[in-house]
Ligand binder design. Structure first.
Ligand code: PHE
Length: 372
């Protein structure tokens, strides 16, 4: 069920001093949850395919098996991400070596597909970002990229200028998609910035008394089209987060559940059935452990979260900064509260204490901090 991407350990956990891909991330490569028709992510992907097939007479080509190990050029340079943009940092992105990353967005495939002559495409895949820990963030998640190229005939007939024409078409397409998935929903457009689109927008939908950001999109920067053999065209692009949408559509309360093999989770979903509401199996009690330490200049929360996840895996539910102060000598202390909770069983005191001791040890050894 794992699909066509063959990834060997040597491809990823290289003996390169700059490599920051831990084993628990390596183990997610090739799993491809989005290719399982009976998994919520696969069901959602197929429902989006259906919308595009119906409304664009099967014109959009689909890719869901492109390798997540890409070059820095593909992930950043080709989509005009500035040299000093934070997303390029080792704190935010997994580097296999200085020229190779685990893609942090499906936009990494735009340029290559354009160059190969594709003009209407959807790219679905697993993406990787170093991040904090809570119920909606996980270092691996899934995105779908959409891309459509227009020719002069398309906008000339409309009387609009090319950019306005593309932006109008994009919004119409995505509003239609949101209604297809959610039925009648309130939605709003928010102006934003992406290096690869201009203008750029986010679509938010009103859900359970909150505005929820579900996708980023915009009119593709002309430079990208020019560099990839389409100087006389315009295009739009969007990138949507599948977990976000699936959590709302299926009422899934915690992002870790997507990775669960527990039958009480997997058996609740069927191929082709969008929006079946998930019935939570009893939530086991959480256990909180606090730890305080003096940080050093190089300390980052992402590094802490990676250490914790390296030890506790999916037993960690949240890592939260609960206290932060600087003393007269200029030393800064952080106190973090770690919530341990299994999705599948009750944890024993003994096992949590054991995890917490290992966390304390490794935090001290690896993060250059002083425990208090
Ligand atoms: N790549 C952007 C992200 O991951 C989303 C996006 C895709 C925005 C395409 C605009 C166009 O946040």
């Amino acid at each position: 069920d794992v699909g066509g991407v063959k990834i060997s350990r040597e491809d990823v956990v290289r003996d390169d001093p700059t490599n920051n891909v831990p084993d628990n991330i390596f183990s997610k490569l090739g799993v491809q949850l989005h290719r399982r028709d009976e998994h919520p992510l696969g069901i959602l992907k197929n429902a989006i395919y259906e919308y595009f097939d119906t409304n664009y007479s099967n014109k959009f080509e689909k890719f869901d098996d492109l390798c997540p190990i890409v070059s820095v050029k593909e992930n950043f340079d080709d989509v005009l991400v500035p040299e000093d943009h934070v997303s390029r940092s080792y704190n935010d992105t997994y580097y296999v070596d200085p020229q190779t990353v685990l893609r942090c967005h499906t936009s990494a495939h735009q340029a290559e597909l354009l160059r190969s002559g594709h003009t209407h495409f959807l790219v679905t895949g697993d993406v990787y970002r170093r991040d904090s820990i809570d119920s909606t963030h996980y270092p691996v998640f899934h995105q779908m990229e959409g891309f459509r190229v227009f020719s002069p005939e398309d906008w000339e007939a409309s009387g609009m200028d090319a950019t306005l024409f593309a932006a109008t078409d994009l919004k119409k397409c995505l509003e239609g998609l949101a209604s297809h998935l959610f039925g009648a929903v309130e939605m709003r457009w928010v102006d934003t910035y992406f290096p690869f689109t201009n203008p750029s927008f986010e679509l938010e939908i009103y859900f359970k008394e909150n505005w929820l950001e579900v996708l980023g999109c915009g009119v593709t920067e002309q430079e990208i089209l020019k560099r990839n053999g389409k100087p006389n065209n315009v295009a739009w692009a969007f990138g949507l987060g599948l977990e976000r949408l699936a959590m709302v559509l299926f009422d899934i309360p915690d992002i870790r559940l997507f990775w669960s093999n527990d039958e009480r989770f997997t058996s609740q979903f069927c191929k082709g059935q969008l929006g079946v509401k998930f019935k939570p199996f009893s939530k086991y009690p959480p256990c909180y452990k606090d730890m305080s330490f003096w940080i050093s200049e190089s300390f980052t929360e992402n590094n802490l979260c990676e250490v914790v996840r390296g030890i506790a895996g999916d037993l960690v539910e949240e890592v939260q900064l609960i206290d932060n102060f600087t003393n007269k000598k200029g030393m800064t202390s952080h106190c973090y509260r770690i919530a341990y909770r299994s999705m599948e069983r009750s944890l024993t005191d003994e096992e949590i204490n054991d995890l917490q001791w290992k966390v304390r040890e490794q935090v001290q050894d690896k993060l250059n901090v002083v425990l208090r």
